[in-house]
Design a protein around this ligand. Sequence first.
Ligand code: FAD
Length: 389
Amino acid sequence: MTRNAAVLGAGPGGLAGAIALAQAAMAVTVFERAPQLEEVGAGLQLSPNACHALEAIGARAAIEAVAIAPPQAQLRSGRDDRLIFANPLGDIAIARYGAPYLHLHRADLQHVLAQRAQAAGADLRLGVAVARVGPDGGVQLETGEALVFDLVLAADGVRSSVRQHWFDGAAPRFTGQAAWRALVPRELAQPSPAGVTVWAGPQRHLVAYDLGPNRGLNLVAVTERSAWVEPDWRQRGDPQELRAAFADFPAAARRLLEPVADCQFWGLFDHAPLPHWVRGKIALLGDSAHPMLPFLAQGAAMAIEDAAILGLCLQADPEIETALARYQRQRRPRTARVQAVSRANAKLFHAAGLRASLQHGAIALVNHMAPGLGQARLDWVYGWRPALD
Ligand SMILES: Cc1cc2nc3c(=O)[nH]c(=O)nc-3n(C[C@H](O)[C@H](O)[C@H](O)COP(=O)(O)OP(=O)(O)OC[C@H]3O[C@@H](n4cnc5c(N)ncnc54)[C@H](O)[C@@H]3O)c2cc1C
């Protein structure tokens, strides 16, 4: 008899998870609260490890078709625009990792994954919120409808109600970081920065990368704050406030902020690694399991990796319970390490004074003398392949 699965959430994690479950011969229903796939947050970087995970669920070629492969990533000083570190990407990433480093609009990622999930047989129910789930596989919708599944995959994001109810009861913690996110029409941001560019300054950093002619230049401008008191964790931002916060950054960075007419302001939350991701028939995936700061650009990548491994576990083991235990065992250490490094990067990006000079000077020296060492530092993230331990 065909086993059935409910997926909560149609973010990158839920959609990739739906494809993986369908590939494991399950009948999949995805419940998404939003009435349409929202264009939240604009750009995403997808590193080679994410591309390998996309390949495992049969979506890599379709994603590559809507994405851009930048020639490099660079870290520059937010004081004087000096180059601190450059990591060659493009063909070099493909040669080193067997897959490209990409940028794309989040909506394009979601639409490709949604199409793939539906083509694999998943039923995508938009505008349908789940009220509660249980370890027995019970799923109650906000309409009152009650259903039962063999597996409940909770990909309900950083504010996961499933995590809070069944796993640890704690709300996500404010990280002391907040971000403006904006898109600028390409013609207003010429010359476009060469690849992913990060300007790092005291308590702030600015990230810019191109999303192609139809989408424009993606900007993420991060600033430190002692608390997040706003009622909503995402709200309309003020472009003037954004420009004022980066007024002492180099002209090359400031000119990208000039044309910003509209922006969003996000509180950035994460959570300490959870001891368990599985309870009965419920499994967490993506930000619900391991919310992290975006300072290694790995949140969606980890969600897609989770999906690829979950699919392999279910294909290898007919027992859902043992497959889920294997999934948790394999995914938890890696995602916990990525969470920790993402947090630590805040210190690297936001260093001030003498500490910044020393840190950035040391990185620049290594980059100059032995550029391969800088690249190798990220091999454990980018060099990952989807395989069972
Ligand atoms: C500033 C910023 C920059 C980032 N940059 C990158 C990057 O460059 N690269 C990268 O890999 N990651 C990046 N990320 C992280 C990435 O956006 C997240 O990790 C990713 O979206 C997580 O996907 P998810 O599917 O787990 O959760 P989400 O994308 O949050 O999706 C969860 C979904 O669940 C739905 N939902 C919630 N509750 C219910 C319910 N009860 N019933 C039905 N539906 C429900 C929500 O509506 C939502 O659609 C960035 C994040 C931020 C904030």
